[in-house]
Design a protein around this ligand. Structure first.
Ligand code: ZN
Length: 163
């Protein structure tokens, strides 16, 4: 395993749309290594999610931590969203030092392929739902700063916390 450099905004690679992973590709050692490298990179960077385009690979592959369990989701698709939305603070490894309030669906239903090639379906709520929506946005070249309605930088945030 090796860690990869996480690209930072305004790197144009972050704005490209990613393509579906081919089913035959999933079991190759190159692809499995990519998954391992992303999991390691996310751990080192202290993230709760990472999308392949963040390391310059334009494939529909994301890593998300769900209740302490870190897994890869290939060709993820949100199949259902709750009408209810929640606003919460978000940050991104590709946009260091910036946080913002983003409105997301409270619950989602998701379909994807796991790293062994099995089709999976799951429901997510809370932080996990938010993480999936954030990471899937990366696959379409969307960053949270495009959706945030209030952005604050780290210095400002620290100041607020001191008060
Ligand atoms: Zn991100």
């Amino acid at each position: 395993m090796s860690t990869k450099e996480v690209l930072k905004n305004p790197n144009k690679e972050l704005r490209k749309k990613s393509v579906d992973v081919l089913f035959e590709e999933i079991k190759t050692s190159e692809f499995q290594k990519l998954v391992d490298d992303m999991i390691e990179t996310m751990a080192v960077e202290n993230g709760v999610g990472l999308a392949a385009p963040q390391i310059g690979i334009h494939k529909r592959l994301i890593i998300v931590e769900d209740n302490g369990k870190v897994d890869a989701y290939i060709n993820p698709e949100i199949t259902k969203t709750s009408l209810r939305t929640v606003s919460s603070e978000e940050g991104c490894l590709s946009v260091p030092g910036v946080f913002g309030l983003v409105k997301r669906h409270k619950h989602i239903r998701l379909q994807a392929i796991d790293r062994h090639g099995n089709k999976i379906e799951l429901k997510a709520g809370g932080l996990t739902s938010r993480a999936f929506q954030h990471e899937i946005d990366h696959l379409d070249g969307i960053l949270f700063i495009d959706k945030a309605y209030k952005l604050i930088d780290e210095k400002e945030k620290n100041k607020l916390q001191e008060k």
